[in-house]
Ligand binder design. Sequence first.
Ligand SMILES: *[C@@H]1O[C@H](CO)[C@@H](O)[C@H](O)[C@H]1NC(C)=O
Ligand SMILES: *[C@@H]1O[C@H](CO)[C@@H](O)[C@H](O)[C@H]1NC(C)=O
Ligand SMILES: *[C@@H]1O[C@H](CO)[C@@H](O)[C@H](O)[C@H]1NC(C)=O
Length: 394
Amino acid sequence: MDKSLTTTLLFSCFLLISLSVSSLAQSCGGYSFSENQVYSTCVDLSQLSCSLHWNYHTSNTTADIAFRKIGASTSNWIAWALNPTRQGMDGSQALVAYQQSNGTMRTYTTQVDVSGNVQPANLSFRVHSIRAEYAGGDMIIFATLQLSDSLVSTNQVWQEGPVTGDNPGPHPLTGQNRQSVGTVDFVSGSVTSTGGTTTPKDRKRNVHGVLNAVSWGILMPVGIIIARYLKVFKSAGPAWFYLHAICQTSGYAVGVAGWATGIKLGSDSPGITYNTHRKLGITIFALGTLQVLALLLRPKPDHKYRLYWNIYHHTIGYTTVILSIVNIFEGFEALDREKNWKKAYIGVLIFLGSVAVVLEAVTWLIVIKRKKTASSDKHVNGVNGYGSRVQQTA
Ligand SMILES: *[C@@H]1O[C@H](CO)[C@@H](O)[C@H](O)[C@H]1NC(C)=O
Ligand SMILES: *[C@@H]1O[C@H](CO)[C@@H](O)[C@H](O)[C@H]1NC(C)=O
Ligand SMILES: *[C@@H]1O[C@H](CO)[C@@H](O)[C@H](O)[C@H]1NC(C)=O
């Protein structure tokens, strides 16, 4: 049982990491559509967690597109539009989709004006086909657009809002709903950003976020859980120690890289300072480094100072992890738009927390059982005092 527990823990450690990395690093490339539809180009639209996928046919200037909202709500409508005239909503040629109260998807095209009118209408270009689906938590609009030369590279805008009474209701006018604009070039596959699409800077921030969340925020807590709970299973032997050391050292190595990307980001953006985030980051890095250095000073298990070293090691360890979790949430605030990251990380924390609670209970049961066995042995032997040491000397 102990061996399988070890394997399970180690396995879930890696599973968690790969899960969180894939959900944190939003990437349209790996997505497989139903009916095996394959698109040669895709771009992540980081506002509102969307992505645009397409195949462009030069022979007849048509584009087969799929607009995907990741983690969509069935009580929201989604829309994607080209705007040949200007940036933003006014004049946009939109594809709209939402789920009706009877469960079927409604999809139509509309020309949006300043008043926000979304009555069905034909677009300024021909739409050969349009349909939508809600699958695996994502809402996707599929369409074939008849583009013209001027439409091959133009403005795009996308949006979501609540469905009210089986009709699209007004969408929020703040935050991501305001910034979901950009341009798209169907031929080159490039997108420029006016706030909506993923820029190299965003990418650096994302890398920074993923490295730190995985190392300080996942690997290290997992390492602590391993040290705290695996120790109890005597037959697991020293396995806990090696697993703990692996999690902590790899966490520290990745964490140092993450920390360095943070320092770089900070020096690349004078004028933007996330003071709390920065100070916490530096403190955490210092504490983590202290933990590593303290390993060199670790007294032998039976040394009289070992107890104090243990207290020190535990205090700094727990403090580092608590501060790290706080700082990861500070980071989410700085990123502001990545609500899904926050959700994913909260999910990871809930999972780790539940595992810890269950293992805490198991540990107590085992300890109580051992005490009982020990005291009944004592009774049989008629030895005064307590614990196995006394029995050995008797
Ligand atoms: C456009 O051309 C592609 C291949 O070149 C073809 O598969 C597609 O059906 C054409 N679309 C239309 C609307 O003619
Ligand atoms: C669902 O409702 C819409 C509008 O209320 C209607 O047009 C459509 O036919 C309905 N579909 C089904 C399968 O009942
Ligand atoms: C939209 O265009 C189609 C043909 O492409 C036409 O049959 C239909 O009447 C048009 N609808 C409106 C509302 O103009």
